[in-house]
Design a protein around this ligand. Structure first.
Ligand code: DGI
Ligand code: FE
Ligand code: FE
Ligand code: FE
Length: 189
């Protein structure tokens, strides 16, 4: 069973004040979008609350955990280890905190890169993470409206925004980010 209060306390205990604030922003926005789109608001809130649980672990230790638990699937995972905190958090939650909701675990695991074939809750957390109330960049209001209108189209717009941002800042694009974009585009046509 999912207990919102337990997961909230866990996040408050593990995270810095600033990261916890972001976490509440994602939880509130994901819950609101879930209600609007006929998805389970409790699952959405729970996933939002714990999505960044491993974010403040040092990158070296994230890599160590990822090696130990076989969470490395691409060479890029080791080149950009900050993409590992989702899979590491999902592993923790499943194996150390007894969280057994597969949809919530998948949403946590894939919140940074997405994956081809994402389910509604995975799309919701990926997108709410980028567009929660504390995020501030030129296109954020357009993305919020787009997510409200249509979750799949809105998520596609969020992934596209990430791709453009990475290209502009000359950072390597992870294969999963490109695969996620291609998959959503195919599904929408
Ligand atoms: O943990 P958060 O900061 O709340 O957000 P997040 O888990 O979505 O992580 C965001 C970071 O991940 C951001 O700096 C962009 C980066 N990222 C997302 N997709 C890719 C990526 N970085 C690289 N190098 N390649 C990607 O495809
Ligand atoms: Fe994150
Ligand atoms: Fe994200
Ligand atoms: Fe986040």
């Amino acid at each position: 069973i999912l207990q919102v209060e337990v997961l909230r306390d866990l996040a408050a205990r593990v995270l810095s004040e600033e990261r916890f604030r972001h976490t509440l922003g994602v939880a509130d926005w994901a819950e609101q979008l879930a209600g609007h789109h006929g998805l389970d608001p409790v699952r959405a809130r729970c996933a939002g609350l714990v999505h960044d649980l491993a974010k403040e672990v040092s990158l070296n230790n994230q890599l160590r955990y990822a090696r130990r638990w076989n969470l490395l699937h691409y060479p890029e995972d080791e080149q950009s280890p900050y993409v590992l905190h989702g899979p590491v958090a999902a592993y923790w939650l499943e194996h150390y905190y007894g969280l057994d909701d597969a949809e919530v675990l998948a949403a946590v695991e894939n919140h940074t890169l997405g994956r081809p074939g994402m389910g509604p809750l995975e799309m919701l957390i990926y997108s709410a993470d980028l567009t929660e109330r504390d995020r501030d960049f030129p296109k954020v209001d357009i993305l919020r409206q787009s997510l409200y209108d249509n979750l799949e189209k809105g998520t596609l717009a969020c992934v596209e925004h990430t791709l453009i941002y990475l290209r502009e800042s000359k950072r390597p694009i992870h294969p999963l980010t490109q695969l996620t974009f291609d998959d959503l585009q195919r599904r929408l046509n």
